[in-house]
Design a protein around this ligand. Structure first.
Ligand code: ZN
Length: 476
């Protein structure tokens, strides 16, 4: 049996351990940096497996770095385990129903992401032990991917500086190697402080913080016409001053997300939004406080490593689904609207240009996609991820495994419901195998590591990574 087949088998031998961990994390959904329970299965298993663990890196209590082996190359694997707010959902149900009203839920599949990465790290470790191989494996426990960006703080503090290459994966509704970029993002709070007064009897004595927030939003609305097309500005009211309309509201708070294809473009828009906020404060005679929350960089796919990972995806990314698995997922397919269903047929046609219409119909209506999209690289973006910051520090590659119901988007109730299914578990194991076999390629092939690093240097233009998060901003 060749080494990669052995890795696959080594992961299968321990699969119950990974499935139990993934289900346990699903059952304790926690958001941002507060991943107290979600980190525990990792620490318990990694300690038992003989990894050296450093906890609480980069001022985050629930982060970790687990190391195995010694010498070069040093390969990193990124694990996430945070959930999303207000996405509680009953498992395996084909309709939206909260398990706990207003509760959290694993709507981005990070219970699978984290344990798939864990399976990858343990799979390659077991082979290295058996074959007495040199090289260092580091599994990074990264809180707050969804918002807060743990990896961006870790990158700022030099946690990834030791790496030659980093690998990760993400659940998705179809399998592919990730050749896309992602949007850089800044997250900022704009807090206004005014003076309360009776809104009818003494309005001239009041200075409305709510007016300031509204004027800021109007200013930004006009600004949108004068930024780059690909720029995105979103906001939420965190505080609208209170519930009494007869009081001049003394406080208000807005939470802004500013996105752009490149980090320097996001920085430029951020500075202009600050001016709009200052203008609103000036107009209303209120005080403005700008609180920097977090930021992350755009993602730079490393083509050399992504291409190798794609080959491993084709061989080890197969989930080997049964007809029962497809039948189980029919409930999620049935929840899709007609336009989404039509889009799946189009995608199947694009991904399989030589297939017959009957085959395309079959592929496009399967509740779980068993396709692997062709590999391509593009500057096109999709959302934001703090894997972006890692990709500026060292060559980085990731794959998507199609273990979520076809046509359903991330951050949906369907993903939460599917999170403990046999399909989800199979996807997680396929991800572990794809990661571990790619690490194997990197361990035995120094030319591949050298090629990846040369490409990375060319991509970043020899520039050293500079975090967009100011030095005095702490994860919170
Ligand atoms: Zn995610």
């Amino acid at each position: 049996m060749d080494a990669k087949q052995q890795i696959s088998q080594l992961i299968d031998v321990k699969k119950e351990q990974f499935i139990t961990a993934a289900d346990r994390i699903w059952g304790t959904p926690e958001t941002r940096f507060a991943t107290t329970e979600s980190v525990k299965p990792f620490l318990e298993i990694l300690e038992k497996e003989g990894f050296l663990i450093e906890k609480g890196v980069a001022n985050m209590e629930h982060s970790f770095v687990a190391t195995y082996g010694s010498g070069n190359p040093v390969i990193g694997i990124l694990a996430e385990y945070d959930a999303l707010g207000n996405l509680s959902q009953v498992a395996d149900l084909g309709e939206q129903k909260a398990e706990k009203e207003g509760g959290n839920g694993h709507g981005c599949g990070h219970n699978l992401l984290g344990t798939g990465a864990l399976a990858g790290a343990i799979g390659i470790k077991d082979l290295m032990e058996k074959e007495n191989m040199t090289g260092t494996i580091k599994l990074f426990g990264c809180p707050a991917e969804e918002s807060g960006y743990g990896k961006a703080f870790m990158a700022r503090d030099g946690v990834f500086d030791c790496l030659d290459v980093a690998l990760s994966w993400h659940p998705m509704d179809t399998s592919m190697a990730w050749g896309l970029s992602s949007l850089a993002v800044y997250q900022i709070y704009y807090n206004f402080k005014g003076t309360s007064a009776h809104a009818a009897a003494a309005p001239e004595q009041g200075r409305s913080a709510l007016d300031a927030a509204e004027l800021m939003n109007i200013g930004v609305q006009f600004l949108r016409e004068h930024i780059i097309d690909a720029g995105r500005i979103h906001y939420a009211f965190m505080d609208a001053g209170g519930e009494s309309a007869n009081v001049v509201q003394p406080t208000s708070s807005l939470y802004y997300f500013i996105r752009a294809p490149k980090i320097e473009q996001a920085e430029e828009i951020y500075k202009r939004v600050n001016k709009v906020a200052e203008g609103a404060a000036l107009m209303t005679e209120t005080e403005l406080e700008i609180v920097f929350d977090s930021a992350c960089a755009n993602y730079l796919p490393n083509q050399a490593v992504t291409t190798v990972m794609y080959e491993n995806l084709k061989e080890f990314g197969n989930m080997n689904l049964t007809s029962e698995d497809q039948a189980y997922s029919q409930r999620y397919y049935d929840s899709l609207n007609e336009a989404t269903k039509a889009g799946l047929i189009t995608r199947a046609r694009e991904n399989n240009p030589t297939a017959s219409e009957a085959e395309i119909k079959h592929l496009g209506t399967m509740p779980v996609s068993e396709q692997i999209a062709p590999l391509f690289f593009t500057d096109a973006t999709s959302g934001s991820t703090d894997v972006g910051d890692v990709s500026w520090v060292c060559p980085t590659a990731q794959v998507m495994i199609g273990c979520e119901p076809q046509g359903t988007p991330p951050h949906s109730w369907q993903w939460v419901a599917n999170g403990k299914s046999s399909v989800a578990h199979k996807g997680m194991l396929a991800a572990g195998k794809t990661i571990a076999t790619t690490v194997y390629d990197l361990l035995i092939n120094p030319e591949l590591v050298a090629k990846a690093k040369a490409e990375h240097q060319a991509t970043v233009g020899g520039k050293k990574y500079q975090s967009a998060i100011p030095a005095d901003v702490m994860p919170k």
